[in-house]
Design a protein around this ligand. Structure first.
Ligand code: AMP
Ligand code: MG
Length: 330
């Protein structure tokens, strides 16, 4: 005779499994305009509601960082530093201090190509309105662009500027940092497959469930076309291009990546893509290599063990770093 009691353990096990079965395992995504760009989050979660909460947490982290780092928000930490640091040292948060330290490290690594004091002249450009500083203003203010004008004192966690008129802007590193923060947040929630992108800066957590993610490099002069597609797993990728924010006048393209040597838009490349271990690094290096140009930029990337580059030059010709050749020959 079938005795229910004999089968009780099995029944309990089956119903428990049913209870804890993922109800809606799914890809979940979200998109929001933050930091002057489109922030996109995609993740795989066994529980739809928890997945949506994770997407929301990433969006809120971006908003928190925007309020801290934006030059356009009056009371952001960055805006306060820009107003005060030339007259006296400003005590700053640990996070802001670490970002400034990282920025200065990239300045040293790139021999000044990456320089957050570019903003001393950079703030005079308005790409939407087609406004640019004239030659005499650039000549007069060029000495303000120099990362050595930033003084950090670790003991009391202060920043000060050596000259009046110095300004900083973290636009070349902040999006990558925010992407890394978002990925860390997802990792802490146990998520194993995710993509976060903020404009040209992306990072992937794990793979796309059994296959790589495919990230496109936009053709710089044709928005509708990809110049290349890269299969990536657990990597970060950043692209800096002269087509993101720009205006043209008298045949000259004025865009948002400024050469600290000239105070003018860096003009030897169309785009630089860096692939590396985290987005803070790929973001800073993509901006840097754009300023350095093909030869010096590629030499730097080939010297660094953990990054690769795809450079598209003025003629639209694509150059790749040594890591791609190594991958091809394997
Ligand atoms: P990305 O799109 O990551 O290359 O960043 C471009 C942004 O970096 C610009 O919008 C500026 O905010 C900032 N930037 C421009 N020139 C420089 C530079 N030489 N060093 C550091 N940041 C820069
Ligand atoms: Mg960058």
């Amino acid at each position: 005779m079938w005795n229910i009691l004999n089968h009780l353990p099995l029944l309990i096990a089956v119903s428990c499994c049913a209870l804890f079965q993922p109800l809606h395992a799914a890809w979940i995504s979200g998109e929001e305009a933050i930091m002057g760009t489109k922030v996109n989050v995609q993740l795989w979660h066994l529980d739809k509601r928890e997945g949506e909460a994770a997407v929301q947490a990433v969006i809120e982290e971006f908003q928190r960082l925007d309020h801290k780092l934006s030059p356009y928000i009056e009371h952001s930490e960055l805006a306060i530093v820009n107003r005060v640091a030339a007259s006296k040292p400003v005590v700053i948060s640990e996070e802001f201090y670490r970002l400034l330290e990282a920025s200065l490290e990239y300045s040293k690594l790139t021999k000044g190509a990456f320089d957050i004091t570019f903003a001393s002249i950079g703030h005079r450009y308005d790409y939407r309105k087609g406004i640019k500083p004239n030659n005499s203003t650039i000549d007069r203010t060029l000495p303000l662009i120099d990362y050595r004008n930033i003084r950090l004192v670790a003991d009391n966690r202060t920043v000060s500027f050596e000259k009046p008129g110095v300004r900083i802007d973290l636009g070349g590193i902040a999006k990558g940092y925010a992407v890394d923060q978002g990925i860390e947040l997802l990792r802490q929630r146990g998520i194993e497959h995710a993509l976060i992108s903020a404009g040209g800066d992306s990072r992937l957590l794990g793979d796309h469930r059994g296959r790589p993610w495919h990230i496109g490099i936009q053709a710089p002069r044709d928005k509708a076309r990809m110049a290349a597609m890269l299969p990536l797993v657990d990597n970060a990728i950043s692209t800096s291009g002269d087509y993101e924010r720009f205006f043209e006048r008298d045949g000259i393209r004025y865009h948002h990546i400024i050469s600290p040597k000239t105070g003018r838009s860096a003009d030897t490349l169309q785009s630089v893509t860096i692939i590396g271990p985290n987005a803070t690094r790929t973001d800073a290096l993509s901006t840097s290599v754009f300023v350095l140009g093909a030869e010096k930029g590629m030499a730097l990337i080939n010297r660094l063990q953990d990054v690769d580059a795809v450079i598209i030059d003025k003629d639209g010709k694509m150059n790749t770093s040594d890591g791609f050749a190594d991958a091809d020959s394997q």
